[in-house]
Design a protein around this ligand. Structure first.
Ligand code: FE
Length: 209
C-alpha cells in the first residue's frame, strides 16, 4: 500500500513501522517546506501504476518477435529499451540476461534493493527481504524451488548481483505453443517474476499467474 494513500489517515494502527516512519518523515519534510507532497505522490504513482512490470513485458515480447531488436537488446540493453520509450530516470546501465534451455538467470541485490525501475516498476517486498537477498546467492536452486521453479541438474543457474550502476532484467524463454501469437498477447505471458528470474514466462494455456 502506498504511504501516500488518502484512506486511513485517522487510523494508523494498520501501518507497519516502516510506513509510520515514512509518514513521519514526509510530514516533517513537508512542514519544513523541503518537499512538495503532490510531487511525491506523482513519483509514487508513476512507479506503482504507470510504469510497473508492463514495460518490461513489452520489451521481452518485442525481443521474442523481432530478432533484430533482441540482438540490440543483448548488445546494448539501455539503448534498446530507450528506443521503446522506457527511459530510465535512475541514470543506470541495464543488462539483459537471456535464459536458454541450459542457462537460467536470476537477479538480486544482496546489498539493498537495486532494481530496474524503468522496466519493472517498484520491487516486490520479498525482493528487498533479507532471506531472499542472502539465500538466493548461497542456494539459488532451493530458493527457486520455493517459488515453484524446479530446475534440472543439467541447467546452469547464474545469480546476478545488482548495483547502483548496473541493473538486470531476465529475458525468459518464449513458451512453447506461442507461435503466431500477437506481440500484445505474448506480453501478457511475461510476468514480473519471470523477468527477475524466479519463474518462467506463463504457459499460454494456463494464462498469466
Ligand atoms: Fe541495492
Amino acid at each position: 500500500m502506498s504511504p501516500h494513500s488518502d484512506s486511513g489517515h485517522d487510523d494508523h494502527s494498520h501501518l507497519s513501522d516502516t510506513e509510520l516512519r515514512v509518514r513521519s518523515l514526509e510530514s516533517l519534510l513537508t512542514d519544513k517546506g523541503l518537499v512538495n507532497p503532490e510531487a511525491l505522490d506523482a513519483i509514487v504513482d508513476r512507479y506503482e501504476n504507470k510504469i510497473g512490470p508492463r514495460n518490461g513485458s513489452r520489451v521481452v515480447a518485442r525481443a521474442w518477435v523481432d530478432p533484430d531488436f533482441k540482438q540490440r537488446l543483448l548488445e546494448n540493453a539501455s539503448a534498446a529499451i530507450d528506443s521503446l520509450g522506457y527511459t530510465s530516470t535512475q541514470g543506470v546501465d541495464m543488462l539483459v540476461l537471456e535464459n536458454t534451455p541450459t542457462v537460467h538467470n536470476v537477479t538480486v541485490c544482496t546489498l539493498c534493493s537495486c532494481y530496474p525501475w524503468a522496466v519493472l516498476g517498484l520491487p516486490p517486498a520479498w525482493y528487498k527481504s533479507f532471506p531472499f537477498r542472502s539465500r538466493v546467492v548461497k542456494d539459488p536452486r532451493g530458493v527457486l524451488q520455493e517459488f515453484g521453479l524446479k530446475l534440472g541438474a543439467g541447467i546452469e543457474v547464474r545469480v546476478w548481483d545488482s548495483t547502483a550502476e548496473l541493473r538486470y532484467i531476465v529475458l525468459p524463454e518464449r513458451p512453447a505453443g506461442t507461435e503466431g501469437m500477437s506481440e500484445e498477447a505474448l506480453a501478457d505471458l511475461v510476468t514480473r517474476n519471470s523477468m527477475i528470474g524466479t519463474e518462467k514466462a506463463a504457459n499460454p494455456k494456463a494464462g498469466k499467474s
